[in-house]
Design a protein around this ligand. Structure first.
Ligand code: LLP
Length: 431
């Protein structure tokens, strides 16, 4: 059972701050982040790498989960790198003073402008998705008299999202080079051929999915990738010394989820890599992991104000809130489960079954269906937990609704890290 942080007033708290008071001070909807939780999860990943892999690696925050200046500042101060997937994320990181050499640039269709922007700004590594990108990247790097470090994104052929994960050979994915067809090998040979003087191939990357609880698919992916690195060494004599294993570690949204501690994942994967390297006389590569959700999701809570409670006899009770799919599109997109409570009645029993509806002109705009909540009244503050990842970052202005503000709480004190959008912001680009 989820244990809530509750103060003497019986109100729900995040990081020592009474969220009912935060809602009053900053308005709703409001994203509330707990800085100690963010830093704690970053440290847990770093520690697991130190304990299990002699620290021969780096944690990269997958910033698509939540990108804003403050989060890059926190990541930087914790000594980790970042993965970005667009010039926009890159721009945000750079404008927060993030070290470009610790940035990995992803994406299956980086535009010429994005590549140029990243090359000019000395991004540490490009994760190259396809042969077209390899060509333009090398050309652009040459124009700037640079040689950029690259990894190839490989499809290791592991589908971690089936009930029992499977080795499917070539999975149907728009990302990366397939191993099965020889496409990956061809790419490595081309990169090493000297034909592309603007690039230096330093290693390989894979990412097998997201919200994965099982350790085994990660181990299998690591093994498949190492086998390929060893094969490439045999064929070319070149040792690719770096391996990026992506992100995807599952987190707890509700009691149905039981994630493993990061250490367990890192312990198992490290063992696979070390054993394989020992067996084949291959030097243990420097590794990278790219956690996004598992760094930021549980640090975030969204607060809403209840504006209407509509009971449809023998059907259901709708609780209407002042946000919805615009600030959290994960329910309408994926049917995602969340844990929620009435923040100002946190010590009361959850006794009513309700459906939480957003305020958009869209019937599917729900946050959760048929969930247990404390008795709800208009004016109550609803808190939805573990909304730190892929909520703000996927938010929209549908119905011209302003994006909420975000505050960061540390030891009971809150500070605004993203301002609430204004009507002026909404029309800024209208001509
Ligand atoms: N690295 C790569 C190359 C990725 O594509 C992703 C996520 C990550 C790292 C981080 O994965 P994480 O640790 O956060 O699971 N919008 C979806 C999630 C999409 C994930 C896309 N790629 C959601 O809301 O669940």
């Amino acid at each position: 059972m989820q244990e809530y942080e509750i103060n003497q007033k019986g109100n729900f708290c995040v990081g020592g701050a009474d969220v009912t008071e935060l809602a009053q001070r900053y308005g709703t909807p409001l994203y509330v982040y707990d800085e100690n939780v963010v830093r704690g999860s970053i440290r847990a990943f770093k520690k697991s790498m130190e304990d299990n892999y002699d620290g021969n690696g780096m944690v990269l925050y997958a910033s698509k989960a939540f990108s804003c200046k403050e989060i890059y500042r926190i990541a930087q101060s914790e000594g980790i790198g970042a993965d970005v997937v667009s010039a926009g994320e890159l721009y945000t990181a750079l404008s927060a003073g993030f070290s470009p050499e610790n940035i990995f640039f992803h994406g299956n269709n980086k535009t010429q402008e994005e590549i140029e922007f990243a090359v000019k700004n000395n991004v540490g590594c490009f994760v190259v998705d396809n042969i077209f990108e390899l060509k333009s990247l090398s050309r652009i790097a040459e124009q700037y008299n640079k040689r950029v470090r690259i990894m190839f994104r490989i499809k290791p052929g592991i589908d971690a999202h089936t009930h029992d994960f499977v080795r499917t050979g070539q999975i149907d994915s728009k990302f990366g080079f397939a191993l099965e067809t020889g496409e990956a090998k061809q790419a490595v040979l081309q990169a090493l051929s000297g034909e592309y003087p603007g690039i230096e191939l330093i290693g390989l990357h894979c990412h097998i999915g997201s919200q994965i609880f099982d350790v085994d698919p990660f181990c299998l992916a690591a093994e498949v990738m190492l086998d390929f690195m060893i094969e490439m060494k045999k064929e070319t004599g070149v040792t690719l010394g770096e391996l990026n294993l992506g992100g995807g570690f599952g987190i707890r949204y509700t009691d149905d989820d039981s994630p493993r501690p990061y250490g367990e994942y890192m312990g198992s994967v490290s063992k696979v890599i070390k054993n394989k390297c020992l067996e084949c006389g291959f030097p243990t590569p420097k590794i990278y992991i790219e956690p996004g959700r598992s760094i930021i999701a549980q640090a975030g809570t969204t607060l809403y104000k209840v504006g209407a409670v509509k009971n449809i006899p023998n059907v259901r009770t709708y609780v209407s809130i002042d946000g919805g799919m615009v600030d959290n599109p994960r329910y309408i997109l994926y049917g995602s489960k969340y844990d929620l409570l009435i923040a100002n009645k946190a010590s009361q029993q959850k006794s009513d079954i309700v459906t939480v509806a957003g305020k958009c002109c869209e019937s599917g705009d729900l946050i959760q269906e048929n969930v247990k909540l404390q008795p709800v009244e208009v004016g109550d503050i609803l808190a939805v937990l573990a909304t730190g990842a892929y909520n703000y970052s996927m938010a929209s202005n549908y119905n011209r609704i302003c994006r909420p503000a975000a505050v960061m709480v540390k030891d009971g004190q809150a500070r605004v890290i993203i301002k609430r959008e204004s009507f002026e912001d909404l029309v800024r680009n209208d001509v």
